[in-house]
Design a protein around this ligand. Structure first.
Ligand code: SAM
Ligand code: SF4
Length: 335
């Protein structure tokens, strides 16, 4: 029997080209941020999560289907034992143009140099407060000092771009918009403000009370800085503005107040090997079953990925009462 040839690119049924994957390498983390996790998290047993070899096979299959950009995320990627060996292998994949990492920065003082050497182009570092006590309240356990050292270490390595990520929440840190912006600008790096998303239930607050719109965040920044909307179009929920007379850009990631779905170019792979076709919906396929079936080859894996394009939803429906809301927390989703 002849198999149909595999395509060189992934196109979904709404004609969107999927060339970006977010690969979650762990659900674990050394922090417990209030918007992301509950305080008493239980994590997945080892047997349920993809091995480093399986994660590599997934990355390779996608790049062979035209994916050019891989972002490693989690959980906290840097807590996965031996994660550097995976990153080094992914960095050598033919066709991969960008290898990116999202991290809480707590271990970057140690890992910034090896990450750069492994071919990581850009890093996003999450930081929600510049006040040590408040930082601890939001992350529940994190030490601000370690993250600040990590940011400095990343800057010293000369990554192509470094972007800070801040989730601004009313009652927690809404008075730090300008402070965080100043901090990024002083270092010539970017900063993105992310609207808190309704992924799973937050245990310390009701998200309806805390969610700050990016329109409000932008007004705060414009009290001090002049912003010019960037013309460079990025697929997805980020919109950028250039700060006048500065190297830095400000990103506004507005999944709640801005529907970005028409430009969507990405899918996510959870650490259990679930290929999640949309952040705000449950449509998915089980890649782990294929990876662990001795009768299935890497071509079978690729065929399943190609077929999944038919079930990628058109859009998310965050806060729409007529549609079920995701029960997955962000650490299970891959941020
Ligand atoms: N641990 C890494 C970190 O914190 O950067 C990577 C994983 S984390 C899930 C990725 C990003 O998702 C972080 O910038 C975090 O602030 C963001 N995030 C987590 N839960 C969120 C939520 N409910 N709404 C919006 N952003 C969230
Ligand atoms: Fe950990 Fe990142 Fe979630 Fe914070 S946002 S708990 S650092 S995975």
């Amino acid at each position: 029997m002849t198999e149909t040839a595999l395509p060189e690119v992934l196109i979904d049924k709404f004609d969107r080209r999927i060339d970006y994957i977010r690969l979650s390498v762990t659900d674990r983390c050394d922090f417990r941020c209030v918007y992301c996790m509950t305080e008493d998290m239980t994590f997945l047993p080892r047997a349920q999560i993809l091995s480093l070899e399986e994660l590599y096979r997934v990355g390779k299959a996608f790049t062979e289907l035209g994916v050019r950009k891989i972002r490693l995320t989690g959980g906290e990627p840097m807590v996965r034992t031996d994660v550097m060996s995976l990153i080094e292998k992914l960095g050598k994949l033919p066709g991969l143009e960008e290898l990116l990492l999202t991290t809480n920065g707590a271990q970057l003082d140690k890992y910034a140099a090896p990450l750069r050497n492994a071919g990581v182009n850009r890093i996003n570092i999450s930081i929600d407060s510049l006040d040590a006590e408040r930082f601890k309240r939001i992350s529940r356990v994190g030490k601000l000092e370690k993250v600040l050292q990590g940011i400095d270490a990343a800057i010293a390595q000369g990554f192509e771009r470094i972007r800070l990520n801040s989730v601004i929440m009313r009652g927690y840190n809404e008075d730090e918009v300008l402070g965080l912006t100043d901090y990024a600008l002083e270092r010539g790096i970017d900063i993105a403000f992310i609207e808190e998303m309704p992924l799973g239930e937050a245990s310390d607050h009701d998200r309806v009370d805390t969610t700050c719109s990016n329109a409000w965040v932008r007004e705060e920044i414009e009290k001090k800085y002049q912003l010019v909307n960037s013309t460079s179009k990025t697929a997805g929920p980020s919109r950028y503005a250039q700060v006048v007379d500065s190297k830095s850009r400000i990103g506004f990631i507005s999944p709640v107040t801005h529907n970005f779905c028409a430009d969507c170019n990405r899918v996510r792979i959870t650490v259990e090997g679930r290929l999640l076709l949309c952040l705000g919906n449950e449509h998915s396929i089980d890649l782990r079953a294929i990876l662990r079936d001795a009768n299935q080859t890497d071509d079978d894996l690729k065929r399943a990925i190609v077929a999944s394009m038919d079930i990628k939803p058109e859009r998310h429906y965050f806060y729409d009462k007529d549609h079920a809301q995701p029960v997955r927390l962000m650490n299970m989703t891959g941020g």
